[in-house]
Design a protein around this ligand. Structure first.
Ligand code: IMP
Ligand code: MG
Length: 174
């Protein structure tokens, strides 16, 4: 496996798009407080950049979910560490994910959060691979729609590697 010679999405493009996403979120949500629920580990870098651009009061919770082993979705999603119900009930939630692929992870997470009775949940994903969807989920805010290739960097990993890269790269077979 090797990284593509050129980034698929450059750090400059990411920075500009994150600012636009923050403006979109702000214009839809207004001034009211927002609870960001960030899906670990992949969305951590994106969420930190996004929250710095949001004008309203923001609180943050982190959830863990994993379905991937190497480059394949196992189809089985582990969700743990949902926030305490008292932190979610009646709140407006922005669920922040790194990438929508089959959609299983977010469907499971959304269902788990729904049971905690938030006022509403909107979904923001940095990347979207709609061609791979296996279940019906659509994000309210999408950074970039990408083709069906495996990508790393800006938080996204391949077997825990490459998360620290500031740009997003495609991972190619040698
Ligand atoms: P889904 O449940 O199939 O939608 O998978 C979503 C999760 O799989 C994301 O949170 C990522 O952690 C991981 N994932 C999906 N596609 C990629 C990729 O291209 N690179 C790195 N991780 C990915
Ligand atoms: Mg992930």
């Amino acid at each position: 496996m090797r990284l593509s010679d050129q980034p698929l999405i450059s750090r400059k493009a990411i920075e500009a798009r994150v600012a636009e996403l923050a403006s979109e979120v702000a214009s839809h949500h207004g001034d009211g407080p927002l609870l960001m629920v960030v899906v670990l580990k992949g969305a951590a870098m994106f969420a930190c950049d996004l929250m710095r651009k949001l004008p309203m009061p923001v609180t943050v919770e982190y959830v863990r979910a994993s379905s991937y082993v190497g480059k394949r979705s196992s189809g089985e999603v582990d969700v743990d560490s949902l926030p305490a119900a008292g932190r979610v009930r009646g709140r407006r939630i922005l669920l922040v994910e790194d990438i929508l692929d089959t959609g299983y992870t977010i469907s499971r997470l959304r269902a788990g959060l729904d049971r905690l009775k938030p006022a509403r949940i909107t979904l923001c994903t940095l990347l979207d691979k709609p061609s791979r969807r296996k279940t019906e989920v659509a994000a309210d805010y999408v950074g970039f729609v990408i083709p069906d290739s495996f990508v790393v960097g800006y938080g996204l990993d391949y077997n825990e590697q490459y998360r620290q890269l500031p740009d997003v790269y495609a991972l190619e077979d040698e």
